[in-house]
Design a protein around this ligand. Structure first.
Ligand SMILES: Cc1cc2nc3c(=O)[nH]c(=O)nc-3n(C[C@H](O)[C@H](O)[C@H](O)COP(=O)(O)OP(=O)(O)OC[C@H]3O[C@@H](n4cnc5c(N)ncnc54)[C@H](O)[C@@H]3O)c2cc1C
Length: 532
């Protein structure tokens, strides 16, 4: 895979991301998906010497389009932006009630998906790298206390001494240089929000990012092509962001034991009499033309298709009778990580800047209040002067939804009512009422449709559906089916209090270490011998 920042790939090119190669009839390990949990799992399996095939329903984003860029820009997005939509559907798409961003496009295997699940929609990344291709790169570690509350049976000391630092290092998270933050016009928006928070007696904190800040500083002085400083984010970054294709996945391919097959969607999973798993895989091309189905068998099957994808595969297997022993817990424990977006209008003498970096590096940290909120200070890189401050609040909401499988549509649905987000909205409102009161500012009403001040009908952080210790054992082993594992955000019960990918990565590191030691190393010679 070509590097988008012009530097050498860390271990190897992702040359095996071959869209046309046929699937083998059998491979020892299959990993479904190429997001955080999947990428960790594949790397560690590859290092352990196990031949591993990754199936990814999206594209390998490694070929430039007609404009010479891999990803489309934010302001004039083309078909590369969206997963089979005829119109883009950006989270914040209006300004002064005018739809300024969305455009009609040709349906295509684009990088950002929005899945409508009734009263809430979920934004997801599609492609080799999963959510890492479209996300804000915020590499936040949750508080020990809240992690313990959410996953009480996981050894907290081990997580914070070993797996969180490992995940942060492997993801190449870094802190923004403070002098750049304090002086750059591109972070005026964050400094203005920090002052507003301070006026209300609230603390802000820096959060690490997987963006390359040395590259960003070159963007700022005009010596490198702009990416974050050109507002690139939810439709992919052409430079600077250390997405998984540049970190874990490049290293996984570098082991020589891992291959990736893009535009391949795992559809059905069954178990054969010899205990191996059979996966029915649908192939498409980037235009969406169906190229038929193939089957692949494996001894070890890891589901890293994300909260929605992994849960859908398991619910389909259970409810169609393909894997009838699957737990009743599958589908339970889903939540949007308390996501609520809101925005404030600062007074005109506090402009937030025409130029804004798309990478978030700071947050209002009110996690120790009665209504805990971690509110990332988000940019609104509109290219015009505004006095607006935008936030993604992450509140602690105990409400949970349940996924169901609908045999008619062969899709999952979600039992989740809009008012289940009311605790998150109340906590967000409490925080920003204080700031507005202290700064004589007000909410924006023009961004989220109608007169809404709080966007509570979509999320970026879907979590749960196959909760650790409930639908799986304490290491992600799917109850009732040896050799079958969940390794992604589906394991986290709906909320983690901060942006989740570091937690997903750290948990995946913890789980796969145990699985390789206990399940794969002892059993491998037998299984490998039987098949080779
Ligand atoms: C716009 C946006 C901004 C975000 N910002 C941040 C942030 O700054 N910090 C943070 O921590 N988190 C952020 N997130 C959330 C973060 O990206 C996700 O929590 C994370 O990617 C989830 O990781 P995962 O391993 O569970 O699965 P994913 O990363 O979602 O990967 C799952 C992969 O599996 C593929 N797949 C699904 N079903 C199948 C199937 N049946 N067959 C084959 N492949 C399949 C998908 O295409 C996808 O590539 C953001 C998300 C979005 C959408």
């Amino acid at each position: 895979m070509r590097r988008r920042d012009g530097r050498a790939a860390p271990d190897a090119e992702l040359a095996d991301a071959d869209q046309d190669a046929p699937l083998p009839a059998f491979t020892p390990a299959v990993v479904v998906g190429t997001g955080y949990g999947a990428a960790v799992t594949a790397l560690r399996l590859g290092e352990a010497g196990l031949a591993t095939l990754m199936l990814e329903m999206g594209q390998a984003w490694d070929r430039p389009g007609p404009d010479g860029k891999i990803f489309t820009g934010m302001m004039k997005p083309d078909r590369r932006s969206s997963w089979f939509k005829s119109r883009t559907d950006a989270p914040v798409s209006s300004f002064l009630w005018l739809n300024v961003v969305n455009r009609d496009i040709e349906p295509y295997a684009g990088v950002l998906d929005k899945v409508d699940l009734g009263e809430i929609s979920v934004y997801l990344g599609r492609g080799v790298g999963g959510g890492s291709l479209v996300n804000g790169g915020i590499a936040a570690t949750p508080s020990r206390e809240y992690f313990r509350e959410m996953l009480p049976e996981v050894d907290v000391r081990e997580m914070y001494d070993r797996y969180f630092p490992l995940a942060t290092r492997m993801l190449q998270a870094e802190d923004i240089p403070k002098d750049f933050f304090e002086t750059s016009e591109y972070y005026r928006f964050a400094r203005v929000s920090r002052s507003a928070a301070a006026a209300a007696g609230l603390r802000t904190t820096f959060v690490p990012s997987v963006y390359d800040f040395a590259y960003m500083q070159r963007e700022a002085v005009g010596s490198a092509p702009k990416s974050a400083l050109a507002g690139e984010i939810i439709y992919g970054n052409n430079h600077g962001k250390k997405s998984l294709d540049k970190t874990y996945l490049a290293s996984a391919i570098g082991t020589g034991n891992v291959a990736i097959r893009p535009l391949r969607k795992a559809h059905t999973i069954s178990r054969q009499p010899d205990g191996t798993y059979l996966i029915r895989v649908e192939s498409i091309d980037a235009a969406g033309n169906a190229l038929g189905y193939q089957q692949i068998a494996c001894s070890y099957l890891f589901l890293g298709a994300g909260s929605l994808g992994s849960t859908e595969l398991l619910l389909r297997a259970r409810d169609t009778g393909a894997l009838p022993e699957l737990s009743e817990e599958i589908g339970e424990g889903w939540g949007p990580n308390g996501n609520v977006m809101t925005a404030r209008a600062n007074p005109f003498w506090r402009p937030t800047g025409r130029r804004q970096s798309s990478m978030v590096v700071s947050a209002i940290d009110a996690r120790d209040s009665d209504q805990p909120v971690f509110a990332e200070i988000a940019p609104f890189p509109a290219g015009i002067p505004t006095c607006m401050s935008l936030y993604l609040a992450i509140a602690r909401n105990p409400e949970r939804g349940t996924f169901t499988y609908d045999s008619g549509s062969d899709r999952i649905g979600l039992r989740w009512a809009r008012d289940q987000n009311a605790p998150s909205v109340a906590a967000t409102k409490s925080l920003f009422d204080k700031i507005n009161h202290a700064t004589m500012s007000s909410y924006r009403y023009d961004l989220f449709g109608g007169l809404k001040r709080f966007a509570d009908d979509f999320c970026y952080h879907p979590l749960g559906g196959c909760v650790l210790g409930r639908a799986t054992d304490l290491y992600g082993r799917v109850c009732g089916y040896p050799g079958r594992y969940v390794t992604d955000g589906a394991l986290i019960p709906g909320s983690i209090g901060v942006n989740p990918f570091v937690t997903i990565t750290a948990l995946a590191e913890r789980n796969i270490e145990r699985i390789i030691t206990q399940d794969i190393r002892p059993a491998r010679p037998l299984r490998a011998a039987r098949r080779s």
